[in-house]
Ligand binder design. Structure first.
Ligand code: PGA
Length: 250
């Protein structure tokens, strides 16, 4: 089965509302709609409305939020709910990015709650999984990825699992310039696909599994050509509108 490749941009804590408008003007001028690619932008929450407004005539550009809180509302100063993100224009929510896990102490049970909260607000979760360098050196890549995957989807119905996205992001490759080889990515993606098959049967074939970690113009094509690599989640290299457009057109 062919899946439309997904190109996702994670701006992290870069590009505020003012700069987002300029970024989008430059990017949209260089990237015409292509029916054979899906583009998802994950700006910081504060920039979401500006990006949504900039892309209002471009229904090929989909938006997501980088994080949501695990509860739907209440006295949680500083947090954003899935519903707020949805109202701001998001259709997707990143869940369990390794920076959230490592810096903010997010646990597997937090990711489970967040995936459920996302669906409750009609946001599609993109669950991030991936091993650290120490876990990789101990030969634990597969067990870590499988644990994070099964925990993350543990509160979801099979139909929800079959309609979400997964991103494999080895922690040692994020922002380091060390990219997983296409073979390495293919190996882990196959493990993820098999686990999804166990959860949702044949519908696992349609779940996009993205690779992330030091993706750039030079390696995007080879990574995308690897079996079971259905898209790319890009951090550093998506912060320049021209580079981002070239990666999508790779
Ligand atoms: P990177 O980040 O492309 O800068 O490695 C990817 C990510 O963290 O999603």
């Amino acid at each position: 089965m062919t899946r439309t490749p997904v190109f996702a941009a994670n701006w992290k804590m870069h590009i505020g509302p003012h700069d987002a408008a300029a970024f989008m003007r430059a990017f949209l001028a260089q990237y015409a709609p292509h029916g054979d690619r899906t583009v998802i932008m994950f700006p910081p929450a504060l920039s979401l409305c500006v990006v949504a407004e900039s892309a209002r005539d471009r229904d090929d550009i989909l938006l997501g939020v980088q994080n949501i809180f695990r509860e739907s509302k209440g006295a949680f100063t500083g947090e954003n709910s899935a519903l707020m993100a949805r109202q701001a224009g998001a259709r997707f929510a990143l869940v369990g990015h390794s920076e959230r896990r490592r810096i903010f102490g997010e646990t597997d049970s937090d990711t489970a709650r967040k995936c459920a909260q996302a669906w409750a607000a009609e946001l599609v979760p993109m669950l991030c999984v991936g091993e650290t360098i120490a876990e990789r050196e101990r030969g634990e890549t597969e067990s870590v990825v499988l644990r994070q995957l099964s925990a993350g989807v543990s509160e979801l119905e099979p139909t929800q699992i079959a309609s979400m996205l997964i991103a494999y992001e080895p922690v040692w490759a994020i922002g380091t310039g060390c990219t997983a080889s296409p073979d390495d990515a293919a190996t882990v993606h196959a493990v993820i696909r098999a686990a999804l098959r166990g959860q949702v049967g044949d519908r696992a074939a349609r779940v996009p599994i993205l690779y992330g970690g030091s993706v750039n113009e030079g390696n995007a094509r080879a990574l995308l050509a690897a079996p079971n690599v259905d898209g790319l989640l890009v951090g550093g290299a998506c912060l320049d509108p021209s580079t981002w457009a070239r990666i999508i057109l790779t």
